[in-house]
Design a binder for this molecule. Structure first.
Ligand SMILES: C[S@@+](CC[C@H](N)C(=O)[O-])C[C@H]1O[C@@H](n2cnc3c(N)ncnc32)[C@H](O)[C@@H]1O
Length: 291
């Protein structure tokens, strides 16, 4: 990337507005007025790479350029926050494992079904999806002989490449003890550890946009969507769009887990909130009116 620190290309207020609205429309991520300098610094390198002289040119490239689709996916890798780690917000994950999995299993057995599909929407480098795989594994024979599949979806192809390699360093382990590392990882030397193959096999990573229903179509029927620390970067309008998409894509009675800073209370009543010890989890009613 031909990025230079002292490049003085200005991102005018008008150009900022154009790019901000475009990014918001496509991905839901919303940059506030105060984020103008941030957006400029994140995108400046793209201008150099494409030999463009202004942010207005870049906007036109994104709208009408011959390789606009490729550029769209490339651009978004510069705009996402990929912060994540194993067993993040463990209280909610434990409530999920201790309560929701049992409810799902009982209901499915009554229906004569032994299949479970979980989606980590906005999975970043894969720690959340792999944590779910570890928790299912640690539930022992609870799901023995079931068809289990966890999908991780993200817009960021660079993050997804790391997720597929499943090799992690100390930053990803900040909330796990050595016993978890011992049980679920194989040491690669240099302090890095790879998730064991049996667990990796249960997780598939998919490139896509969580606000577009076409992303989920091949993965259905979906029993659980876990979307944490993603909607905090969205506007209310985009959050509602994401929630409507989750509602549409989840099976009746399916569950939705959001991050602790993300709540549906102001946004939508399409889901039923269920309070478990230390965690709120949402459920799509068994029979629900169209959103
Ligand atoms: C902060 S990480 C959260 C990772 C994980 N869910 C967690 O809680 O640790 C947010 C991720 O959401 C992804 N993301 C943001 N907007 C997205 C969209 N419209 N579609 C798919 N992924 C998106 C970003 O690329 C980023 O990897």
């Amino acid at each position: 990337m031909a990025f230079s620190q002292d490049d003085d290309t200005v991102l005018s207020e008008e150009e900022f507005r154009l790019l901000r609205d475009f990014i918001h429309e496509k991905f839901g991520i919303y940059f506030d007025t105060g984020d103008r300098a941030l957006l400029r610094s994140r995108l400046l390198g793209r201008l150099s790479s494409l030999d463009l002289v202004s942010f207005e040119d870049y906007y036109h490239y994104l709208r009408f350029g011959p390789e606009r689709n490729e550029e769209l996916w490339r651009m978004i890798t510069h705009l996402t926050n990929n912060e994540t780690y194993f067993y993040r917000e463990a209280g909610q994950l434990n409530a999920f494992a201790d309560n929701v999995l049992r409810l799902l299993k009982d209901r499915k057995l009554k229906q004569g079904e032994r299949r479970l599909r979980i989606v980590s929407a906005g999975c970043s480098t894969g720690e959340e999806a792999h944590t779910l795989s570890m928790m299912l594994h640690d539930s022992g024979e609870f799901f023995w002989n079931w068809d289990l599949q966890i999908y991780g979806i993200d817009v960021d192809q660079v993050a997804l490449e790391k997720a597929r390699k499943a090799t992690y360093h100390h930053n990803s382990f900040r909330s796990v003890g050595p016993e978890i590392i011992e049980r679920h990882f194989v040491s690669q030397g240099n302090g890095s550890h790879q998730v064991k193959e049996a667990l990796r096999k249960q997780v598939q990573f998919v490139h896509g946009n969580i606000i577009e229903s076409s992303t989920y179509e091949p993965l259905r029927p979906i029993d659980v969507i876990i979307c944490r620390n993603v909607l905090i970067y969205f506007s209310d309008t985009a959050t509602l769009k994401a929630i409507q998409t989750f509602h549409q894509m989840l099976a009746p009675g399916g569950y939705l887990l959001l991050g602790h800073a993300e709540s549906l209370s102001r946004i939508s009543d399409m889901f039923t909130p269920i309070r478990f010890k230390g965690a709120m989890i949402y459920q799509k009613p068994e029979s629900s009116p169209a959103p």
